[in-house]
Design a protein. Structure first.
Length: 159
């Protein structure tokens, strides 16, 4: 009887360890996904950026910029960040990721970015992203993205 209890105890401990490792792997995968999102925005890699979103994703950027569907989100980002004179550098940190289930998660990220709109006009922004993620076919994707700004600092060179 004691042997059976020990085997069950070891089996339960292994299951718990596997569950915890899976959560850590999921958190790391979501961190990589968000890094890919920012890299693709900054390098204007629109086709690769599509891979970050679910087909029915929803995005809220700043007040009054709401987009439904991956195609609409990519179109907006491409049109607003795509011109050659537009240069962006996004940085995110302080990730707060919560795994809700094997296929759902939430994350909050601190954001700081620099946007060079044209020579002589720059904007620095600070705020947060609040994201919802789903796992599709074994890969995490952004289901909902919401960006809020705390500070926008506009810099205009008068040269």
């Amino acid at each position: 009887m004691m042997e059976i209890e020990k085997e069950e105890s070891v089996e339960l401990k292994l299951e718990e360890l596997e569950r915890r490792i899976r959560i850590l792997e999921d958190i790391e995968a979501i961190k990589r996904l968000k890094a890919k999102y920012w890299r693709c925005c900054d390098k204007k890699l629109w086709d690769e950026l599509e891979e970050c979103f679910t087909e029915d994703a929803i995005a809220d950027y700043f007040p009054n910029l709401h987009f439904e569907g991956r195609d609409a989100i990519i179109k907006f980002l491409k049109e607003s960040l795509g011109p050659d004179y537009m240069i962006t550098a996004h940085g995110g940190h302080n990730a707060e990721i919560e795994i809700i289930s094997e296929t759902e998660a939430r994350g909050i990220w601190a954001l700081n970015d620099l946007v060079i709109i044209q020579p002589g006009i720059r904007m620095r922004g600070y705020g947060h992203y609040e994201d919802e993620y789903v796992k599709e076919n074994g890969r995490w994707k952004i289901k909902r993205i919401k960006q809020t700004r705390i500070i926008e600092e506009w810099i205009m060179d008068r040269r």
